[in-house]
Ligand binder design. Structure first.
Ligand SMILES: Nc1nc2c(ncn2[C@@H]2O[C@H](COP(=O)(O)OP(=O)(O)OP(=O)(O)O)[C@@H](O)[C@H]2O)c(=O)[nH]1
Length: 392
């Protein structure tokens, strides 16, 4: 071969090497510029979107000091939710209107020798506060006996008796914990604990899911939210906003009216993929009729259970809706196995007695109460603190 031929071969080799290096650099450059991917691998049930919270993965703690002189890039700061413990105590003043129940009872009972009209007044007070007929009769029987035995008008004694009896009605022995113990599947892999939140629209369901996510984040859990209220498009946006404030991803569909069970399934799947320990799913649960509701909620629960068992079904009830709310609660309880109740809007209502009525009616504990519109105004329910607030 001539020198010229060798030169030509060398030039060709250089050109090929440069071209290959160029292509590789371009591809990896594109990949890097996409940043952390939010597009998930295709799933069997439906395509879904994950709204990654801005700053997801960033800590609510102090950011580490930059190691270079490069200009600082603003990282979105995540909110640090208030600790869940002690919230009921902190928000005690919000129960002021419900407190009228305790104050009225105390003032009547302190009159001494009670006449029939005093007892009627007590009965009316309890019924107006939505305590319910059964528990009202029960409490009055006990108070009649106790006040006879006690034979005193001493306010401290009367208060002690009333506190004891109210507490018994609210039942401090009920298990109000969320069951978040880790689950290991048949495959030996850890599964997230899944929770379904159900209830009539307008009761504060989506808001409760957002607030509950904050409670869980405050307790150190890794949470994924599922926006399975596909009936109202704004509900998914609302949930995405809640999630983004505390760095919790929200799985939602890009299609309005999408199958809620598919979104719930995808949320659990995403929870498993990312190693989250709790997946919390919001639903629409419209009350057209009981059969429709049973079908919808039953399907969501079954489909979620394919990925991980549903540990908690929380029913959200608006405390201000009285008997109407109780009827809704019964329909939901017949449609799906409810494990706990969230009573919203307990601030600003005098109908705190509904705590007693709904627990009696459904045999399910009130686990949380909504005491305002603020992000941390959802409190784990503590029977003693509730009764003390009624009597303060
Ligand atoms: N005062 C008060 N307002 C509340 C409480 N919980 C929720 N709300 C308000 O109730 C309204 C309805 O709340 P949403 O979460 O949208 O109700 P939801 O509708 O059941 O949700 P969708 O099913 O998505 O329609 C909002 O204005 C909330 O701020 C509470 O505990 N106290």
């Amino acid at each position: 071969m001539t020198d010229q031929a060798w030169i030509l071969i060398a030039v060709a080799v250089v050109v090929v090497v440069v071209a290959v290096v160029g292509v590789v650099a371009l591809t990896s450059g594109r990949r890097a510029s996409r940043g952390p991917s939010t597009t998930l691998p295709p799933v069997e049930v439906s395509p879904y979107e994950v709204d990654q919270a801005p700053g997801a993965g960033a800590s609510a703690q102090e950011a580490p000091a930059p190691e270079t002189d490069a200009p600082a890039v603003a990282t979105p700061t995540l909110e640090r939710p208030a600790p869940a413990a002690g919230r009921m105590q902190r928000l005690r003043a919000r129960l002021a209107r419900s407190g009228a129940l305790g104050q009225t009872l105390l003032s009547i009972l302190s009159r001494g020798e009670l006449t029939e009209s005093d007892w009627e007044e007590i009965e009316e007070t309890l019924l107006l506060a939505d305590v319910g007929v059964g528990p009202t009769t029960e409490l009055m029987d006990k108070l009649r006996t106790e006040t006879k035995v006690l034979g005193t008008t001493d306010p401290e004694h009367v208060r002690d008796v009333l506190r004891r009896e109210l507490l018994q009605l609210v039942d401090p022995t009920m298990d109000r914990e969320l069951h978040l113990e880790p689950v290991v599947g048949d495959d030996g892999e850890p599964h997230p604990v899944t929770m379904l939140v159900v209830g009539v629209n307008g009761t504060g369901k989506t808001t409760t899911v957002g607030k509950l996510a904050r409670v869980l984040v405050a307790e150190g859990h890794d949470v994924v939210l599922g926006a399975a209220d596909t009936f109202r498009a704004a509900a998914a946006d609302q949930l995405s906003t809640w999630g983004s404030r505390v760095g919790v991803p929200v799985v939602r569909s890009d299609r309005e009216g999408a199958d809620p069970a598919a979104v719930a399934f995808d949320a659990v799947k995403e929870g498993r993929r990312t190693g989250a320990d709790v997946v919390l799913v919001d639903t629409a649960g419209r009350l057209q009729n009981k059969a429709g509701l049973m079908d919808e909620l039953g399907k969501i629960k079954r489909v979620m259970a394919r990925e991980a068992p549903v540990r908690e079904v929380l029913l959200v009830l608006d405390a201000t809706t009285g008997q109407n709310g109780m009827r809704q609660a019964q329909v939901f309880a017949e449609a799906v196995d409810v494990t706990g109740i969230v009573l919203t809007k307990l601030d600003g209502t005098a109908k705190g007695g509904i705590v007693v009525a709904v627990q009696r009616e459904l045999g399910v504990p009130v686990k949380f109460v909504g005491l305002g519109e603020g992000p941390d105004d959802l409190a784990p329910f503590v029977a003693e603190e509730f009764v003390d607030a009624l009597l303060s």
